[in-house]
Design a protein around this ligand. Structure first.
Ligand SMILES: *[C@@H]1O[C@H](CO)[C@@H](O)[C@H](O)[C@H]1NC(C)=O
Ligand SMILES: *[C@@H]1O[C@H](CO)[C@@H](O)[C@H](O)[C@H]1NC(C)=O
Ligand SMILES: *[C@@H]1O[C@H](CO)[C@@H](O)[C@H](O)[C@H]1NC(C)=O
Ligand SMILES: *[C@@H]1O[C@H](CO)[C@@H](O)[C@H](O)[C@H]1NC(C)=O
Ligand SMILES: *[C@@H]1O[C@H](CO)[C@@H](O)[C@H](O)[C@H]1NC(C)=O
Ligand SMILES: *[C@@H]1O[C@H](CO)[C@@H](O)[C@H](O)[C@H]1NC(C)=O
Length: 667
């Protein structure tokens, strides 16, 4: 039983520790092997060695294909030989043994016999030895040189290369270099005309903060790969940005890194004969923005400002720096290494403040800073004093400027000379009742009975002999002497022409300079029924040629020989003074030859149409040829009698006096 059991179990000799040599033989050698053997041997030698098996005896039952009894020799699952039959030592030596070598450190023998052996066979015997493997020939992966030794090998590298930690790859130590000067050049390592394989080069560029690296490629450029499919590659890393990978034969465009630190990474694989690359780097000082602050100019004026540049910033015209209540216009700023300007201040628009209100106008403005505009719009019945008046601007000095004149406002002056009478073509001789607005400048003097003319909203022009009365009671806008239309005017000042001779005795013969100005205590509100008449345009008026028609009005004595209740008006021509001189007085007390005629007077009238007592002080109004606006050429002054010709004060002669007087007495 014991024997049988042995036969059934296959016998394995496994896990034997490696030996440099050993002996192995079939069971029961040399007495002959038993039936039903199934045994294997795993022969092992130290690593770095192969096993060579040398059969000394071989006597195994011969069968077709060794199908009965057989010895298999295999290594790493590769069957080296299936043996049976009988071979002498010489045959074994020549035919069999040379085949029996393992690739590595183990060799497996399997021996099997069947149940019947007609003849006794002694089996096999063999010894094995460890033989050196030449790994350099077989398996070694040295990137450069391979060196075999008994039981192993080692890799070694050519000059300039060193062996990496995998003990087989040779590469160049191209890392660790740091470039700190402001410009320079870096090249790939070159050995034997090309860059080394298996390299991972890292070059550091590190210049002062405040500078920026610009990398250009001027020399050779030849890296394995093309069109972005890089086998070897050059990359540049700066500020979390990677430029590349670059390869091929076309050098990349210059690279602005915007950084003062960059890493040049060059990786190569195991093969290739490309030449490599050279780069030149330079530095730009970091640039600052072209504008330190808005609304300013910088000196010096440069296209580019860089680290350490200093500029003087001056606010543009109309802008200023206000800080802690202090105003200034300039500051110095320095381009810092972070690319920002130092101590930036803000140039803000100059403030003009609220514009003054203007009398008789609406003030329209939206802003009050430099270049802001104020638009004054005169109320109805007023107009701007000069027709070139433009808007008022906030100037760079912080003042409001009109027509180039600082702090000056345009003035709204009353529109003058407007009458709602039909055009002067419709000449009506003889007194006619006036309607409201026909003669809006007409002032009714209730005391003394007479007339006057508004020449502004605060001045009345009348005859001196009217104004000389002690009390004055005046109305503007009045048509009927009993009212109620119009407003009462109150004199603040009364200025009689200084050359007018005041007479106490009647009749008065000298009416030279019969002109007076009355300043009202307040401005009269203008409207369709009350508005001034224009002054004559100039002193040398040619308006008073004979035949020139003027409009006269008043509440004076009419043909019916009594004072009128309604305002009457008439249009009369200027006539030669002789007409006035030749009028016959009605009263014998009046001595016509005693009357004084001067250049300050003119004569106007016609038979049946004249001014008379009670009309004194009113205007002889002439419409402008172009505009139809009435201007006052004369003041009804005196006459030798009523009903034909009267004498008028020639207002043009007093234009200077009127303007000066009004100016000197303005509020
Ligand atoms: C030897 O190898 C052959 C072919 O693989 C196989 O048929 C035979 O059974 C093997 N003999 C032994 C003893 O392992
Ligand atoms: C390289 O060789 C050293 C010493 O010869 C050994 O300690 C190390 O394990 C080896 N490295 C590799 C990756 O085989
Ligand atoms: C590579 O060079 C750097 C400096 O040049 C050195 O510190 C480093 O040890 C070197 N490495 C090898 C593996 O030689
Ligand atoms: C103020 O703003 C209004 C509305 O935009 C505009 O109509 C007006 O002309 C402005 N006034 C000035 C003086 O610019
Ligand atoms: C107003 O303008 C006209 C033409 O533009 C000019 O002839 C006239 O003299 C101006 N008048 C004043 C008062 O500026
Ligand atoms: C506008 O009128 C003023 C006087 O009112 C004068 O000094 C100025 O020169 C005039 N400007 C123009 C552009 O006519």
């Amino acid at each position: 039983m014991r024997f049988l059991l042995l036969l059934v179990l296959p016998l394995f000799v496994r896990g034997e520790s490696p030996k440099m040599f050993g002996y192995v033989a079939s069971p029961n050698f040399p007495q002959g092997y038993p039936e039903n053997v199934d045994q294997s041997w795993e022969l092992r030698v130290p690593s770095g060695f192969a096993i060579h098996l040398t059969l000394v005896h071989l006597d195994i039952e011969m069968s077709e294909g060794c199908s009965f009894d057989a010895l298999n020799v295999s290594t790493d699952d590769e069957l080296l030989a299936t043996l049976c039959g009988e071979k002498d030592y010489e045959a074994l030596r020549v035919e069999v043994n040379p085949k029996l070598q393992s690739q590595f450190g183990s060799l497996t023998l399997s021996f099997r016999s069947d149940y019947s052996n007609p003849k006794r066979h002694i089996g096999f015997s063999a010894y094995y030895t460890a033989v050196d493997i030449d790994e350099c020939e077989e398996t070694a992966t040295c990137s450069h040189d391979c060196n075999n030794y008994i039981g192993g090998y080692y890799c070694s590298c050519q000059p300039e290369y060193f062996l990496q930690e995998d003990n087989s790859t040779c590469s160049v130590n191209c890392s660790g270099q740091i470039f700190t000067s402001l410009s320079g050049s870096v090249s790939s390592p070159i050995l034997n005309g090309h860059y080394p394989e298996n390299s991972a080069c890292v070059y550091q560029l590190e210049v002062d903060e405040g500078f920026q690296l610009i990398i250009g490629f001027t020399g050779i450029f030849d890296i394995e790969g093309e069109d972005g499919n890089c086998i070897d590659q050059l990359r540049i890393r700066a500020k979390n940005q990677i430029f590349g990978p670059f390869c091929g034969k076309v050098a990349p465009q210059p690279i602005k890194t915007n950084s003062h630190v960059a890493e040049i990474l060059f990786n190569t694989n195991g093969y290739g004969t490309n030449t490599g690359w050279t780069l030149d780097y330079k530095t730009n000082a970091k640039t600052c923005p072209n504008v330190v602050t808005a609304n300013s100019v910088m000196k010096p004026d440069q296209k580019v400002y860089q680290y350490k540049d200093i500029v003087t910033v001056t606010c543009s015209k109309g802008f200023e720096i206000v800080k802690n209540g202090v105003t200034k216009f300039q500051f110095e700023s320095k381009c810092q290494k972070n690319g920002e300007w130092s101590n930036v201040e803000i140039c803000q628009a100059v403030e003009c403040g609220e514009p003054n209100d203007m009398e008789n106008a609406i003030t329209d403005f939206n802003e009050t800073t430099y270049k802001a505009t104020v638009r004054y719009k005169c109320n109805d019945y007023y107009e701007l004093s000069s027709n070139n008046t433009s808007d008022t601007f906030c100037s760079a000095d912080g003042t409001w400027v009109t027509n180039g004149i600082e702090s000056e406002l345009p003035i709204c002056i009353p529109v003058c000379g407007k009458s709602n009478l039909m055009s002067s073509v419709q000449r009506i001789f003889g007194g006619k009742k006036a309607n409201e607005g026909n003669i809006p400048w007409q002032v009714f003097f209730m005391e003394p009975r007479g007339g006057g003319s508004l020449i502004s909203d605060q001045w009345v022009l009348t005859a001196a002999h009217v104004a000389e009365a002690e009390t004055l009671k005046m109305y503007a806008g009045r048509i009927n002497t009993n009212g109620p239309e119009g407003v009462e005017l109150h004199a603040a000042e009364k200025i009689i022409h200084p050359n007018y001779e005041i007479h106490s005795s009647k009749p008065q013969y000298n009416y030279d300079n019969d002109i007076a100005l009355i300043k009202l205590d307040e401005k009269v509100k203008l409207g369709p029924q009350i508005s001034p008449i224009c002054l004559p345009k100039n002193k040398q008026s040619d308006e008073l040629q004979n035949g020139k028609i003027g409009l006269i009005a008043g509440w004076g004595v009419t043909e019916e020989r009594r004072l009128a209740q309604d305002l009457m008006y008439a249009e009369i021509p200027v006539e030669n003074m002789d007409f006035c001189k030749s009028v016959k007085p009605k009263s014998s007390k009046v001595k016509p030859e005693k009357f004084i005629f001067t250049e300050n007077m003119f004569c106007a009238g016609m038979s049946g149409t004249d001014s008379c007592q009670g009309d004194s002080g009113g205007a002889f109004a002439v419409p402008d040829m172009n505009t139809d606006d009435y201007h006052i050429e004369g003041i009804i002054s005196w006459g030798i009698g009523c009903g034909s010709y009267g004498v008028y004060t020639k207002v043009a002669n007093y234009l200077g006096w009127i303007e000066d007087t009004m100016l000197q007495n303005q509020d």
